[in-house]
Design a protein around this ligand. Structure first.
Ligand SMILES: Nc1nc2c(c(=O)[nH]1)N[C@H]1C(S)=C(S)[C@@H](COP(=O)(O)O)O[C@H]1N2
Ligand SMILES: [Mo]
Length: 412
């Protein structure tokens, strides 16, 4: 029997597969350390990082090419919404077929549904209520490259994240049609991408049934008012607002509702955090072990976009501090900024609230003092009272790095 995947492979044809050459980056130029930074990445990372444009993307910071892992440069985060052509790209497997919207089908089944069925895009768009919401997609490993000591994995700087308006339908509405059974435990998703070798574990992820039933967990085909870019999951992906990007399955082709915990490599081994190191808000009980647990919701975090590291100001000049803050969807309550390395803090002005799962802009102005250097810090606190770390909480995969960022500027 031919599987859905083989069918999609055929549709894609050799020419559309990334490794074949048709989707090679169209432009490559060496980036300087500022644009491909930040400083502090492991030896060799800056030297091998370039600004390159994948098809449909503007030049982004290439961390690895096969599979494609490209991050968004700092200056893009000046805006609360990340443009589609600047949105980061994260893949685990090198074979990424282009799935056409016309031919796309989603199979919904599993041992814990009464009525498995198959949907095409027209039915997805016609049969369920459409919703649009703003949410941050952030890789669990964002800032991994800043881990101390350094750890294995894609050595991300600060840009493995983005915020977009996503349009689609609620996963819970789609699942309802399949009539889940009482013992439904996890919702397992798979995308059309795969490894080059049969031995490579396919990228298969699960979320607990309760998160699948959350009204904000969606199957989306639009991002910022446009069809999803190929490299962000066309034609349809899952979004799991508040949770790490790893669950946001791209090019989704199957959903299984299961009474058993998913045992895929990408659940059982990868994307786990040690127990007890981080305050876990959303527990994923069916996947916990004695020692670790899957990463779930994001920790509260912020990023300074202005001033820039090493920028020069005249004594007495106005220093505009700007940035973004985000969390697991509790919502940002305050952002405090310091211009003296953390001794004194002032409350920043928050920009418009575009949704509790989105980036929240903030700004504040200082006068440059008379010292030779000024160190600017920003620290966000969310509505649960959680705040950012001052010291890295080390863990073997470099997840959840929400250390307060600091930028030093020169005065004089
Ligand atoms: N099919 C598929 N979906 C995937 C992945 C993948 O490798 N394959 N990576 C996941 C991870 S770890 C992240 S962080 C997000 C990244 O989304 P983006 O590439 O659109 O930025 O996609 C998720 N969905
Ligand atoms: Mo990720």
């Amino acid at each position: 029997m031919r599987t859905r995947r083989q069918f999609l492979m055929d549709l894609a044809g050799g020419a559309a597969v990334l490794g074949s050459g048709a989707l090679l980056p169209s432009l490559a130029r060496a980036g300087d350390a500022q644009s491909v930074g930040p400083a502090g990445l492991p030896a060799g990372t800056l030297e091998t990082s370039f600004l390159e444009a994948l098809p449909g993307k503007r030049p982004l910071i290439k961390r690895t090419y096969r599979p494609p892992n490209f991050e968004t440069p700092l200056e893009i985060f000046d805006q609360a919404f990340t443009p589609n052509d600047a949105f980061f790209v994260r893949y685990h497997l090198p074979q990424i077929p282009q799935v056409s919207a016309k031919e796309w089908k989603l199979e919904i089944g599993g041992d814990a549904v009464e009525k498995p069925f198959t949907l095409d895009l027209a039915a997805l768009q016609r049969d369920f209520e459409q919703v649009e919401l703003a949410a941050v997609c952030q890789c669990a490993g964002n800032r991994r490259g800043l881990s101390d000591p350094h750890v294995a994995g894609v050595e991300w700087g600060i840009g493995a994240m983005g915020n977009a308006r996503w349009k689609g339908v609620r996963l819970k509405d789609v699942l309802a049609r399949a009539a889940p059974k009482k013992d439904a435990l996890e919702v397992i998703s798979n995308g059309a991408d795969h490894g080059s070798l049969a031995a490579t574990p396919d990228f298969i992820k699960s979320i607990p049934m309760w998160k699948a039933m959350d009204e904000n967990t969606l199957l989306v085909w639009q991002m910022n008012g446009e069809p999803l870019p190929h490299f962000n999951g066309a034609p349809v992906r899952m979004i799991v607002p508040g949770w790490a990007g790893t669950y946001w399955m791209k090019h989704i082709v199957s959903i299984d509702v299961s009474a058993q915990p998913c045992k895929s490599f990408w659940m059982a081994t990868a994307y786990r955090i040690p127990k007890g190191k981080f305050p876990v808000v959303d527990r994923f009980l069916s996947q916990e072990t004695d020692v670790n647990t899957p990463i779930t919701d994001m920790v509260v975090n912020s990023l300074l976009t202005s001033p820039r590291e090493g920028q020069r100001f005249k004594p007495g000049a106005q220093v505009e501090v700007k940035g973004i803050a985000w969390d697991n969807g509790s919502g940002i309550r305050t952002v405090e900024v310091s211009a003296d390395g953390g001794r004194n803090w002032q409350t920043a002005t928050l920009d418009q609230d575009v949704g509790r799962y989105a980036f929240r802009g903030f700004r504040h102005a200082f006068k440059a003092g008379t010292g030779a250097e000024m160190t600017v810090l920003a620290k966000a606190t969310n509505r649960m009272g959680a705040s950012q770390a001052f010291e890295l909480v080390f863990n073997p995969a470099g997840y959840h790095n929400n250390v307060v960022s600091r930028v030093s500027v020169r005065v004089g």
